[in-house]
Design a binder for this molecule. Structure first.
Ligand SMILES: [Zn+2]
Length: 164
């Protein structure tokens, strides 16, 4: 499933969800969904509001963006991601899985591409479960925290030697 297929499917799911809940399907809603699905990384609501008012000549208030984001979340089309004290939103379809490296020292989160792993996960069969997306978290220490830890260890070693 490539990016365009993902968006087409998401549009269809949104239309179904809106119909089921007796809500209107508006150009604004579709444009917002498209903005999220065409982004390469998770985006902030603020950013989305900006993008919407700039490129598309659709006047969408910030409140509308927030309301629709929670509607998309209910519909299973987007999910929240917490990153450096910020709340971001990302698409949920399976083609857009994410691999994150999480530093146990400073909490920094970075994404990695991992194409081979992505392909393997895309082929996974999930019994009695309709998978729509995935996230893999790898825990450890970033290079900054690793260097910091080494400095601390060196200081401790030095103190030990000084005592002797
Ligand atoms: Zn770190």
């Amino acid at each position: 499933m490539d990016k365009a297929d993902g968006l087409a499917q998401a549009r269809q799911n949104l239309a179904d969800y809106l119909r089921l809940n007796s809500l209107r399907n508006t150009p604004e809603r579709n444009a917002l969904l498209e903005a999220i699905y065409s982004a390469d990384a998770p985006v902030q609501a603020e950013e989305l509001a900006k993008v919407m008012s700039e490129g598309r000549r659709l006047r969408i208030s910030r409140a509308t963006v927030y309301n629709n984001l929670s509607l998309f979340e209910d519909a299973g089309l987007v999910r929240k991601v917490f990153q450096d004290d910020r709340i971001l939103f990302e698409r949920t379809d399976k083609s857009k899985g994410v691999i994150r490296l999480v530093c146990d020292g400073c909490g920094k989160v970075t994404e990695m591409s991992g194409d081979k792993l992505r392909r393997q996960i895309a082929q996974l069969r999930t019994r009695r479960f309709n998978a729509v997306g995935w996230e893999l978290r790898i825990y450890g220490l970033c290079s900054k925290c690793t260097a910091e830890l080494k400095r601390k260890q060196n200081r401790l070693n030095k103190k030990d030697k000084d005592k002797k």
